[in-house]
Design a protein around this ligand. Sequence first.
Ligand SMILES: [Zn+2]
Ligand SMILES: [Zn+2]
Length: 281
Amino acid sequence: MPGFDMHIHSTASDGYYNAEEIIDLALATNNVNGIAITDHDTVAALPQASAYAKKLNYPLIPGIELSAEYEGCDVHILGYWIDIAKMAANDDLKHICQAREERFRQMANRLAALNMPVAVETLIAESAQTQHSLGRPHLAQAMVKAGYAENVREAFRKWLSRDMPAYVPRFKLSPFEALHMIAQAFGIAVLAHPGTGAPDNLIKLLAQQGLGGIEVYHSEHNKAAEKKYLRMAQHYHLAAIGGSDFHMVGQRSIGCRLTMPEQLTLLKQARITQKTNRQKA
Ligand SMILES: [Zn+2]
Ligand SMILES: [Zn+2]
């Protein structure tokens, strides 16, 4: 049965294709009726994506995937139907971008101290131009180019991964702050791939704070995890969301996980309920 692919990354974060290319790919995929573009901590792809989708009359949901941390675990929160301008103007989101650049510089400094200097300012300028958000993959690529590492994997393994000499921890939101940011931008929040680390008790706490759904169907979830999170979604009256987490061809393909129409309706209703509750408050 066709549905929506609710989890796709573009070049604005760590994906390989820009928004227009993604929409073209989705159009060429049989079982996909519509998509959400959900880049990590940025809405930079969404103006172009919305304009192109409108031109083709293609159903596109403006989204985001915020990185958060809870009790030492990485937790990702998806936001849907967000107001792009409102989210872009959010101070916490701006702070995340600044903190990312700061962290990038700190890691480059560590590499320089290890006799592996990279042209950090050039990399930052390039990323500003392409609206590509800065991250460790860019440092790893620069290291490969300079001959410090055989490949990206080695750069991560020896220097850039957690506890390695050039690693600097990242500034992280709490999942509750992420939820709040999404609500402020008139969006509805969904807990992304809980099977990759979010503790189960967090689902209850987020549900009490206005969470609209759980990403039940994700390539990192096996059948047992799907079953477990579907049960939890039903228990807390949350929509059961599915998405590919597509980054590039050759890994997961667009449409390999989907959200069914009735679940999409449920999520839309959760957004409306949240909005009326806010107006009453
Ligand atoms: Zn994620
Ligand atoms: Zn993702």
